[in-house]
Design a protein. Structure first.
Length: 446
């Protein structure tokens, strides 16, 4: 049977070799393993922690291996990253244990000489970690945040420009903390209070949220294995995502268009808010991802969703007549969910943001003729990037003067409302305890 560290190494290597997301790789490997609950938790910590801090770990390794980590075989480098992460970030694991276990991995997958090499590097890290030459926060503020909180330099530069040094440091720090597990109660089947009681009887610690149908689960186990999940009593969904449904504010009997519906979290919430009445047209360009929408609708007992495969930049080929409300939850860079996808930060590029902002504009531009007079159009992206949020909105309003932004502050509790602008919302993990998300609502005047 593989040890926890072997499983963690396999997950990290697969992420690097295949480009798969860590959460998908990890869940697959854990399902195949016979590890205890404690070892599963260790694997999760090692995988997410090592991938999240990869940039900083590589920078540290260059200080103790002058020829640069790029000269080391990829799998051996992953072994070094894994050992280095334990030494620098996991205080509860003794250094000698971290070092010896990592050396054994190197011997198993390479040869004794590689074990000696790994041992020498990690011993240098242990001796020199207190004297690491971190960039000075005054002379090089971008470098300081980038290496101290392990984010690509270009992301830090963008956020410092938008939010300033202190705010960016807090934001990056929040991205390195495991996010809360939030579930959306399926009120078509059960009340939040009754579900909370059932989950507490399973031994889970439950707390309430500022959203009526959201519950926070303190235990970070795999809740999708619970009977309550299989019965369709809840869905995993962050508060920021749940909020979008409230801002759309659908009414029973209306026709709603969800232009980028997969995997169906927001779609099924809209149906829930409508009491399963009316009609939701759920469109997505990816046929395979529409299967997730079908699965979620089936499990939750949603019956008013019409699923269509199509390109929402060309809605004229999909929709026949205007609808009451349109949701454009557009594809984005995902910079608001870096805490949930620890490996994603190293895959993003500034060019992707430019390309995505063009796609977002095309998706928005396709929607106006299919919104009824006095109808609602909601735009949301789970990112923290002005190019994908405010700039897209400003460009849309220039092209479509028949639309105006509406005040959406009333959808927030007073504790959050005071600090927010009236016309659009940018949620930030360190301020609001949610994923990062931008959302605004337009009203069609004529």
């Amino acid at each position: 049977m593989k040890t926890a560290r072997e499983v963690a190494l396999e997950a990290i290597c697969r992420v690097h070799e295949t480009g798969s997301y860590a959460n998908l790789v990890l869940s697959r490997l854990l399902a195949e393993s016979d590890l205890s609950k404690r070892d599963r938790a260790l694997v999760t910590e090692l995988v997410y922690g090592t991938l999240r801090n990869e940039g900083t770990l590589d920078w540290i390794l260059t200080r103790f291996y002058p020829p640069k980590p790029s000269k080391i075989p990829e799998k051996a480098l992953d072994i070094l990253r894994l050992g280095c992460y334990q030494i620098l970030y996991l205080d509860k694991i003794p250094n000698h244990a971290s070092c010896s276990e990592t050396v054994e991995l190197a011997k198993k997958y390479f040869h004794p000489a590689m074990g000696g090499f790994v041992n020498a590097i990690l011993r240098r890290v242990i001796r020199g970690r207190e004297k690491l030459p971190w960039p000075d926060h005054q002379d090089d503020p971008i470098g300081y945040i980038s290496f101290k909180h392990s984010h690509p330099r270009w992301i830090v530069e963008m956020w410092v420009r938008d939010f300033g040094f202190e705010e960016t440091a807090l934001l990056c720090q929040a991205n390195n903390v495991r996010p809360r597990m939030v579930i959306r109660v399926n009120t078509l089947k059960i009340s939040p209070s009754n579900l909370a009681r059932r989950l507490e009887s399973e031994g889970l610690k439950i707390s309430s949220s500022w959203l009526p149908e959201a519950l926070i689960i303190e235990d970070m186990g795999n809740v999708t294995e619970l009977t309550e999940f299989k019965e369709g009593l809840f869905l995993l969904q962050d508060e920021s995502s749940i909020l979008v449904g409230h801002i759309v504010d659908p009414k029973p009997g209306e026709v709603i268009l969800d232009t980028c519906a997969a995997p169906g979290g927001k779609t099924t919430h809209l149906a829930q808010l409508m009491g399963n009445e009316g009609r939701i047209i759920a469109v997505d360009i990816h046929q395979s991802r529409l299967g997730l929408v079908r699965d979620n609708c089936s499990r939750l007992g949603i019956k008013n969703v019409q699923i269509i495969q199509g390109d929402s930049t060309r809605l004229g080929e999909i929709v026949e007549s205007p609808v009451d409300r349109v949701l454009v939850d557009a594809p984005c860079s995902g910079l608001g969910v870096l805490a949930r996808r620890p490996d994603a930060r190293w895959r993003k590029t500034p060019q992707q943001i430019d390309e995505l902002s063009l796609l977002q504009s095309r998706l928005l531009d396709s929607a106006p003729k299919f919104v009824k007079r006095k109808g609602v159009l909601v735009y949301s992206v789970c990112t923290i990037s002005e190019r994908e949020s405010e700039q897209v909105v400003k460009e849309f309003l220039k092209k479509h003067p028949e639309f105006s932004l509406e005040d959406i502050s009333s959808f927030f509790p007073p504790s959050l409302r005071a600090e927010m602008p009236l016309k659009f919302i940018q949620l930030l993990p360190h301020r609001h305890g949610t994923d990062g998300l931008f959302v605004c609502r337009f009203r069609k005047e004529s």
